[in-house]
Design a protein. Sequence first.
Lengths: 558, 235
Amino acid sequence: MTGAAHEEPTSFLRKYVFSLDHKVIAKQYLFTAISMALVGGLLAYVMRMQLASPGQEVPGYGMVSPAGYNTLMTMHGTIMIFWVAMPLLLAALGNFLIPLMIGAGDMAFPRLNRLSYWTFLLSTVVLISSFFVPGGAAAGGWTTYPPLSGSAALSGGAWGVTLWILAVALEFAAFLMGGINFITTAVNMRAPGMKLFDMPLMVWMQVAASVIFLFSVGPLIAGAVMLLLDRTAGTGFYNPATGGDPILFQHLFWFFGHPEVYVILLPGFGVIAEILPVFSRKPIFGYRMIVYSTIITGILSFMVWAHHQFVAGIDPRLATPFSITTILISVPIAVTTFAFIATLWRGSIEFKTPMLFALGMLGVFLLGGVTGIHNGTPAVDIYVHDTYFVVAHFHYALIPPVFFSFLAAIYFWYPKMFGRMMNEVMGKLHFWLTITFVNVTFLPMFPLGLMGHQRRISNPNFFEALRTPEVERLHDIATIGAIGLLLSQIPFLINFVWSLFRGREAGPNPWRATTLEWATTSPPGHGNFEVAPRVYRGPYEYSVPGRDEDWLPQNVSG
Amino acid sequence: MLNWFPEAASSYAGDIDRLFVFITVVVGVFFLLAEAALVFFSLRYRRTEKRKAAYIPARTLRSMAWVLVPCAVILGFDLVIDAVAAPVWNEVKQTLPAADERVRIQGEQWAWRFTYPGPDGLFDTEDDFQLVNEMHVPLDAVVVFELTSKDVLHSLWVPALRLKQDAVPGRMIRGWFKATREGRYEVPCAEICGLGHTLMKAILVVEPPETYREWLRSKTQTAARAEVGHREEQG
């Protein structure tokens, strides 16, 4: 417990820049990642404009060359996964919530936490700088498969991929520090009386995601080091001419890459698990069942990676076993999703903005989930692999946790973070615009893929089969959707800033919620709790029979 | 939905398309039921003055059954999908029928190179001939290809045939198809392969056997003439 103790800082630099306070570090991650989300969104805007009107100048960017397009799509994917999804869902939400939810004063290792953020910021600087080096940023896809990424001669740029590897390595170092901190904090620093099965599901999900990340990241780091050596030292780990094998990298990448999906999804589920009970005034349906299905999901996530490689040239006999594990993962995910839906049953549901985003998350995620079965079936994957069908699928699977869960979380915990409420009218407008334009953007990509439209091409008009009015119309719709989606974030940004100064004072517990973060001031002071809380019960005791009030906080005795 | 697919032009395209439809129907039912429950519960149980929420923590297996039973049904359908899907994969990728025609395909930045064995039917002999970005095959014949790559990963992608296979440097991957419809089909590269990735495209010509033989003969003669010319130059 002593690890967390540190003096309250007085100077500006110590308080807001080189802070040890988990809440400040969470906000640093939050603002850095929101900035990166805008960068990633603008890259998507340029791509969508090019696809809707190939060869025409994109307002605010100019002409899109084939090389430029490759860079756009590579950096869009890289930024959205590593510099948006992970920092928002794990670093920002995990840092802010874990100590508060378990009644701790701070993280177990505050200095490691500070180092984690500064390493992350450095990784961001390295990544952004790669746009400006000779040859431009990495352009071989976010998966950076060798041999393309393995030599400057094949990929065009000498610096782009090298800086990409360096940036990702620094980023992973940051998240390793974060993950160790999350796990240690949740295991060792829970308030007296809080058993493991009294932890809010968000804490379970953060810990599970951290464990999955720690177990899966090693092989990718090994793979990346070999790739770096291939590029810089002339080794041939992935070069068949010198005894190497390009497919080795794919195994190492996806051994990390698929569990990574759950590293992102689980905290997204955690947000939903916190919000549904509050706004339906009901306990979560089957707390332990959700915990166990999460653990099973985590274990299974390590046994599915080769479903990314059905047609990559692996032994075809591997396909069906990997397909079985892949499709099997639908069961624990369905348990969690259905438990969320069952939580609504016979509740008393109030459609505040956080609840709308939580419900929207589930509604959108269902489509991403079921289309995973198509991709996970090897024979169907022969056709849909590397087409827009896959692009549609993973956006439907990832936008719910990254975008909807994150926004739900901001609307929900903003009062705790900043002490004021966000505006409900602007929030609702933001929700309805967002969910509309998400579907306008990504639904057309399913038929595009089924028409045989491959991913990662800069100009469909080069192909006779894609030079049709239908393809053009679907691209136009998707582009309108993407622009609409970007513009829809304006009310959010205005709301965010406006509420900082003009929002209604929140008070400690504006949502009448039961978990420990609501048992302290908003925002919590240094050290979080004036009186260390004691825990008497599980996290979701709403509408307990025989009580006047419909919520029974974890820290209230009796 | 099926009319989104390009018209099927290979012996196994129909199996893949039917599998797609089967999966869509199965998961579609679960998708619609789950969305319906989500929307219905949200509206039916919205907050009113009178109603208080029920206290249902679902701590017992009995109450969890509301979730676990539907999930068991999903598990059952998962296994059905696995069972239905495995034979199709097996047919397309795990078996190699006897070849009527053989061709070597090489991906390179940024073209497809096709090598035919020539009249003797053997590769690496003098009568082999090569084509860039153009491939001819006879209708209704089993074509066995040997796919390689010269430089980076590429992916041989013929939407009309429902054929996709990555080309990997250092590996020779055998595969097959039987084209069942005459026509000219585009063969893009489906794996990002550098600057010219978008522009990498070949044309596959599926023609009646007689036309194909004629084409083969003309190609062989050209190849032979070129060979003779080459020798004369050297002599």
